[in-house]
Each structure stands twice: as structure tokens, then as C-alpha cells.
Design a protein around this ligand. Sequence first.
Ligand code: HEC
Length: 114
Amino acid sequence: MIRARLSVLLVCACSVLLATSQTALAQRNEPTELVDQQHCMFCHTSDAPFLAPSFHQIADRYRGVPNATAMLEHKLRMGGRAHWGDMAMPLPAERGGPLSAQDAHTLIEWVMSQ
Ligand code: HEC
């Protein structure tokens, strides 16, 4: 009897572990320093549209669109016309400082994983 209970407990513990490792795989870790430095969360949230589309909405819109990540990285660094409304995103200089291509890549990979 005790044995049976123990194995049920073990199975539960394992599935919890499995579930957490799967979410970790699906969603990239937030590049917190970059996100803070560029104030991304000043206008965006992960899942609720606020001053700007949420990162979930953005990821949904561009998932499966060819070259979307290259376009978004370029836009994040150089700006471009608005795709969601009238308000375009401010340039890096206005957000907190210059943004390298590598950093833009890291940020867009993270946004697209949400
Ligand atoms: C001052 C507010 C503000 C800040 C700060 C900001 N954004 Fe935005 N962002 C916007 C707005 C507004 C839009 C919608 C622009 C549009 O219609 O294309 C947007 C759109 C986007 C898009 C989609 C662009 C497109 O063409 O569809 C991405 C990706 C994005 N933001 C990522 C980021 C990241 C990453 C950061 C931090 C580096 C950031 N944003 C910081 C306001 C902001």
C-alpha cells in the first residue's frame, strides 16, 4: 500500500518536472539587461496589449512569415513604418541607447518565443 502511494507520488513529481522543462524550452529566457536598458516593458507586456501590441500578439502575427525576424530586427534598430496602428516604435536612441545587430537578434528571438 505504502509502496503504491510512493510510486504515485514519484509519477506526479516527474510529470511536474517534465512540464517545467518543456516550458523552459518553449520560451527563451528573458534577456533582462537588454529589455531594461531599452525599456521594452515600458510599452509592451508579454500577453496584454497596452501602449503597444503584446509580445504574444507579435509572435502570433509573424510566426511562419518568411524573413519576419530579419525584418523585425532591422525595424528594432532602424525604425520603419507602423504595422499595428498610427504610432511607430521609437528608435533605440530614444529608448535608451544604440542597439547592436546581435542584441536586436537576441531580443527578437525572445519576442518570437512568446
Ligand atoms: C515607447 C514605447 C515602446 C517601447 C519602449 C518599445 N516598443 Fe515595441 N512597439 C511599440 C509600438 C507603439 C509598436 C507598434 C508599432 C507598429 O504599429 O508597427 C511596437 C511594435 C513592436 C514590434 C512589432 C513591429 C512590427 O513591425 O510589427 C516588436 C517586435 C517590438 N515592438 C519589440 C520591442 C522590443 C524588443 C522593445 C525593447 C527593445 C520595444 N519593442 C520597445 C512601442 C514600444
